[in-house]
Design a protein around this ligand. Structure first.
Ligand code: C5P
Length: 401
């Protein structure tokens, strides 16, 4: 009852015959307590009227970039800040293709590109369009980016053909959205610290020693943790990634700064996830001027940095949980198990550079989770968003033990 109370759901309707079901979806969401707004593509209006959608959603429908009568601008950026979830239902093959390729020629699509909240798509199309490699590729692209796809069930299609392609029933789409928010609450009241990205160790005012970490895994974790209701503090080395909605960001550059930031906050968090690729060595001295090119080889003396995870592992209270990452190139399991012990972690996420699809900057990851009780779980190659959800599920399980 009222599972979606206080939630803002934006429903995007694209132009397919299943658009008539979008009215039932909006009703189901409103019945569940959500505040719903509707954005339609020009084609969708041929399948269901704006009047119907405005009546069921209790708000004017948004379809154009602006009102030609008075120049009133429909701001897709403020729509995306308003929404807690964006569900595109029906999502036609055309709309899915445009979403996958970043085409922004209507309000539904510009809104999608600005979205920071979870996006759900319920495809609807004819069986052959669904099966076409182009559509399947687009779906994969969207899934890799974290879009939840509600697969169409098999059944009779508007064309008279039997197969996969008809949109999932509105009640089931509404139930899926409810589930997203139930899951969301599993970390309500908990504070989680996440370290992410590389660190840059300055050699002189211009050069540094860094690494290839993109920060994508840590940012995906921060986003999913916030979606699960946690208060998230993301302590990030230099990256160019957008800050996920609802996440507090502390930017740092060098390992020493990351150490200071983690030390400052660790006592007040319930969980700490050390996802950053922290430099293990830093130059002993930072030159105050740009080092000039000389004929002789340049030797830079390096000193070890503090192992942040190990340092706070020593101060860990009984009710705190820490998770580390291990990126290995050989003897993976043994090395990861050793790190689990020496850093006093509750679990460690192992990924190997030897695995295909795994690597710096990639959108996918293949992990093995090793827990301190010795349990080992290996996952297939998955989008980083999905990997984040699996790690969070393991954290939630461990907190309940
Ligand atoms: O020992 P290694 O660097 O492989 O350990 C990786 C794990 O330790 C990661 O969780 C990483 O974030 C953390 N770490 C750290 N501080 C360092 C080095 C690694 O917190 N100086």
């Amino acid at each position: 009852m009222y599972m979606l109370k206080g939630k803002h759901i934006l429903v995007g309707v694209s132009g397919g015959i299943a658009a008539y079901k979008a009215a039932a979806l909006v009703r189901a969401l409103v019945k569940d307590g959500a505040e719903v707004r509707v954005v339609m593509t020009p084609m969708a209006k041929h399948f269901i009227t704006s009047l119907t959608m405005a009546t069921v959603s209790k708000h004017p429908v948004l379809a154009e970039f602006y009102n030609p009568e008075n120049g009133d601008w429909n701001n897709h950026v403020s729509l995306s800040l308003w929404a807690d979830a964006y569900v595109v239902a029906p999502a036609t093959a055309n709309t899915l293709a445009k979403m996958a390729h970043g085409i922004a020629d209507n309000l539904l699509l510009t809104t999608y590109l600005s979205m920071r909240c979870p996006v759900i798509a319920a495809p609807a199309m004819d069986m052959d369009m669904w099966n076409h490699p182009a559509t399947q590729n687009n779906l994969q692209t969207l899934q890799k980016r974290g879009v939840h796809i509600i697969e169409p069930p098999a059944g009779e299609l508007a064309s008279g053909l039997e197969g996969k392609g008809r949109m999932e029933e509105p009640e089931r789409i509404a139930a899926f959205i409810e589930q997203l928010f139930v899951k969301k609450k599993s970390l309500a009241g908990k504070t989680v610290l996440v370290t992410a990205g590389p660190t840059y160790e300055a050699i002189d005012p211009v050069r540094f020693i860094g690494n290839h970490s993109s920060g994508k895994m840590g940012y995906a974790l921060a986003e999913s943790l916030a979606n699960c209701g946690a208060q998230v503090l993301l302590i990030s080395g230099p990256t160019s990634l957008p800050v996920p909605k609802g996440v507090e960001l502390v930017r740092v550059t060098a390992a020493a700064e990351m150490h200071a930031a983690v030390t400052e906050h660790f006592a007040s968090v319930d969980v700490a996830i050390f996802c950053a690729a922290v430099a293990d060595y830093t130059p002993e001295k930072k030159s105050t001027h740009k080092i000039k090119r000389e004929k002789e080889p340049l030797l830079i003396a390096l000193k070890p940095t503090v192992d942040i995870a190990a340092a706070v592992g020593k101060q860990k209270r009984k009710n705190q949980l820490t998770v580390g990452f291990a990126l290995e190139t050989g003897d993976e399991l043994t090395n990861a198990q050793k790190k689990l012990q020496t850093k006093n972690l509750d679990m460690i996420v192992l990924n190997s550079l030897n695995d295909e699809g795994m690597g710096f900057g990639s959108d996918t990851n293949k992990i093995t989770i090793i827990k301190k009780d010795g349990a080992i779980a290996t996952c297939p190659l998955l989008p980083k968003q999905k990997v984040a959800e699996i790690i969070i599920d393991a954290v939630v399980d461990a907190m309940m033990c």
